[in-house]
Design a protein around this ligand. Structure first.
Ligand code: NAD
Length: 327
């Protein structure tokens, strides 16, 4: 078994967390990840009351720990963050994944309620300030990730090596991980575990349409693209007709305003991709791990396989070390 600070702090068996995913982090998937750490995505729920129901539904499906993700990024309609936060805390949730801009007040509130906070960030300077704010675990999100990688474009290998040098609290690796090799590599880079999104989208229990899972299986690492680069809200999404249209609009002389792409990128439209199974219907987040994913296992099969692969790799790596002979 792989025992790390992450498994100890969260009370989970496998050092893997299923991170927040808009339209995907629903009770069925969260509960299926039960041996690792599942996270309900708050903003996927239409209201704080719906979030309460999702928390209760998850609890009915698993007695294992799970958390709630709150992401603070630009949105078309401002969410009732306070309402979501209050609902989750009142429902007794003790683990939160935070992400996005200006998380200070949120982190302070969760800590004042005795909650454990995993904060996701894409730079070492943001990780250091979150550390000062008292978060318990940092989720270090490399450029490979789905969704918002920040604007610094630093890949996981360098970011994690920097984290090992600079951070005092445990951190997990996020972005680019989909198998036991990724897990073992993250542990070698000092991480206490990994966070995965895209890989969990492509599992039996994931609530998205079967066609989209098949699309992920067929895709290569060249099938994602960045949108919103020019709006300083970069997001890695699946390369399709809609995302390529957004990129073309952003490249027009004089650039684009958000209003120019708003109807194309709306999350409500993207949600329908997962419902109707048409990969070209709207924008949907995907990491470059689409190039590593070639099956649709159950969450349990996936976790057991990753654990086994990582243990095997770690065993083989240690056998590379032989006693030094005198020159
Ligand atoms: P939405 O429909 O409100 O917006 C769609 C997309 O447009 C989002 O990526 C959003 O960040 C972006 N956006 C909205 N207003 C903008 C503006 N004024 N300028 C630049 N970009 C703008 O969002 P949604 O799909 O309902 O998602 C809800 C929240 O969850 C958003 O904040 C979104 O960014 C976030 N999210 C995060 C991830 C991630 O990688 N962590 C993945 C999916 C969604």
């Amino acid at each position: 078994m792989l025992q790390t600070d992450l498994t100890k702090l969260l009370g989970i068996r496998v050092p893997i967390v299923q991170g927040g995913m808009q339209w995907v982090g629903l009770p069925k998937l969260v509960a299926a990840v039960s041996n690792a750490g599942g996270v309900i995505t708050a903003l996927t729920q239409p209201s704080p009351t719906a979030l309460r129901h999702a928390i209760r539904e998850t609890r009915a499906l698993t007695d294992k720990p799970f958390g709630v993700n709150i992401t603070l990024l630009p949105t078309i309609n401002p969410p009732d963050y306070e309402g979501y936060v209050r609902a989750a805390v009142e429902e007794g949730v003790k683990i939160f994944e935070t992400a996005g801009s200006n998380p200070g007040p949120l982190i302070k509130f969760f800590k004042s309620r005795g909650c454990l906070v995993i904060h996701k960030c894409t730079t070492i300077r943001h990780a250091e300030s979150a550390e000062k704010m008292g978060v318990d675990i940092l989720s270090i999100d490399g450029f490979e990730c789905a969704g918002h990688p920040g604007e610094d474009d630093i890949g996981g290998l360098v970011l994690l090596a920097r984290a090992a040098k600079e951070l005092k609290i445990p951190y997990i690796a996020s972005g680019g991980i989909a198998n036991g090799q990724g897990l073992a590599a993250a542990l070698a880079l000092g991480a206490a575990g990994v966070n995965m999104g895209t890989r969990f989208m492509c599992t039996v229990e994931s609530p998205i349409h079967e066609n989209i899972k098949q699309k992920i299986v067929q895709s290569t690492e060249r099938d994602t693209v960045h949108i919103f680069r020019t709006l300083h809200n970069t997001a890695r999404v699946f390369k399709n007709k809609v995302s390529m249209e957004v990129v073309a609009i952003e490249k027009r002389p004089g650039g684009a305003k958000f209003e120019d792409v708003r109807d194309l990128v709306s999350g409500q439209r993207g949600r329908l991709v997962y419902e109707n199974g048409d990969p070209d219907f709207g924008i949907w987040s995907a990491g470059i791990t689409v190039g590593l994913i070639d099956d649709i296992p159950t969450c349990q099969e996936l976790l057991e396989r990753m654990e086994r692969e990582a243990e095997g790799i770690i065993g083989r790596m240690s056998s590379l070390v032989t006693p030094r002979t005198k020159l």
